[in-house]
Design a protein around this ligand. Structure first.
Ligand SMILES: Nc1ncnc2c1ncn2[C@@H]1O[C@H](COP(=O)(O)OP(=O)(O)OP(=O)(O)O)[C@@H](O)[C@H]1O
Length: 343
């Protein structure tokens, strides 16, 4: 147990909102417990302190971790930080994916107990599937549920013409991963994870991929590392065994589209609500496209002072989304080996 002086110091630093002093006394309490043979309690206290430090909010400028929780200097170009509030319940998911995510969260919540037994919780995840199916949202949900920051890697800043630089920048990101617990999200990961990269020189992008493989393999941090891609088929095979879990996202089924429709429309649902017919109209659209179509029709209703959307307006919005997505697919720019682009 903490002695009387330590207890007073803890309460005082709490009242004075002096986090730095609070953590320092708490570490002293942990050290004292370790000394008297209460190793498990000491470790639990240390884990709690580490987790609390990693939760430094953007508004908090007193914590010592702020410079990294808000990346500065070169790192600020490479990482953007957010503190999402998303929850798993906000997502519509296949049962298998939901189960995978629940298991990851559970292992993360018990990570100190798992580590005590020399094991490590799942935290290196590869998310694969078509656009708009929830890969980015998953990164936000994991950060939101765990109360840790979400750091998104800016691939445009990471991948430069000078591939030697790219490997050095990757090193900086992995240093940050080790120093500040968070969810680190590499979107469009195929840009480095495939052999047909955006680089001018295939040999160089291979070198970057090799650096990534080494860094992710030796990473022992407390952070979660997420890589997402729409093009799993072009990923280098060597990557797969570096991840603890591969999570596969799909376009929504009828019942999943219906669930999203109901949730997103909320009190704006048309009356009567031909849910089945509307779901058929949404067939083939991604979650992101359905969400967008619903939002468009709600905006339309709001601008006309109506408190419900019309079914016809929703159908029109679905058709527009479908046309837009066909147009975009036709214009898609595909990177080739030589670094130039082909339509
Ligand atoms: N499974 C889902 N459940 C509920 N909403 C979803 C789901 N997937 C996507 N959305 C909605 O669509 C938006 C965009 O989805 P998100 O960015 O997560 O897709 P993505 O798979 O990362 O796409 P991309 O591959 O294009 O980056 C989300 O912010 C959310 O509003």
């Amino acid at each position: 147990m903490a002695n009387a002086e330590q207890l007073k110091a803890l309460v005082k630093s709490h009242i004075e909102r002096d986090d730095r002093h609070f953590y320092s006394v708490a570490m002293q309490v942990a050290a004292r417990e370790a000394k008297v043979g209460h190793g498990k309690l000491a470790q639990e206290l240390r884990d709690m302190i580490d987790a609390a430090k990693a939760r430094v909010s953007p508004a908090d400028t007193t914590g010592s971790l702020v410079p990294l929780a808000r990346p500065r200097g070169e790192l600020a170009n490479l990482l953007t930080v957010a503190y999402p509030k998303n929850r798993l319940a906000d997502m519509v998911l296949d049962e298998e994916v939901a189960e995978q995510l629940r298991r990851i969260l559970k292992e993360q919540k018990h990570h100190s107990r798992i580590r005590e037994h020399g094991l490590s919780p799942r935290r290196k995840l590869l998310l694969v599937g078509p656009p708009g199916t929830g890969k980015t949202m998953t990164a936000s949900v994991l950060a939101g549920e765990l109360g840790i920051p979400l750091f998104s890697v800016r691939l445009d800043a990471l991948i430069t013409k000078f591939m030697g630089e790219t490997a050095a920048k990757l090193r900086q990101i992995f240093d940050a991963i080790n120093e500040v617990r968070g969810v680190y999200f590499f979107d469009e990961f195929d840009a480095i994870g495939s052999q047909r990269g955006l680089a001018n020189d295939v040999g160089e992008i291979r070198r970057v991929l090799n650096s990534f493989l080494q860094m992710i393999e030796s990473d022992q941090s407390y952070s979660l590392i997420l890589a997402a891609t729409n093009h799993v088929e072009i990923l280098d095979y060597a990557l797969f065994r570096r991840f603890d879990d591969v999570i596969e996202y799909r376009l929504p089924t009828g019942p999943q589209a219906a669930k999203l429709l109901q949730a997103r429309l909320g009190k704006f649902a048309p009356k009567p609500f031909p849910l089945k017919a509307l779901t058929v109209k949404a067939e083939g659209l991604s979650y992101a496209e359905i969400r967008r179509a619903v939002d468009e029709s709600i905006k339309e209703a709001v601008m006309h002072d109506e408190d419900r959307v019309e079914s016809a307006a929703l159908t029109r919005a679905f058709d527009e989304r479908r046309k837009f997505s066909i147009r975009m697919n036709n214009k898609k720019v595909v990177p080739n080996h030589a670094g130039s682009t082909a339509s």
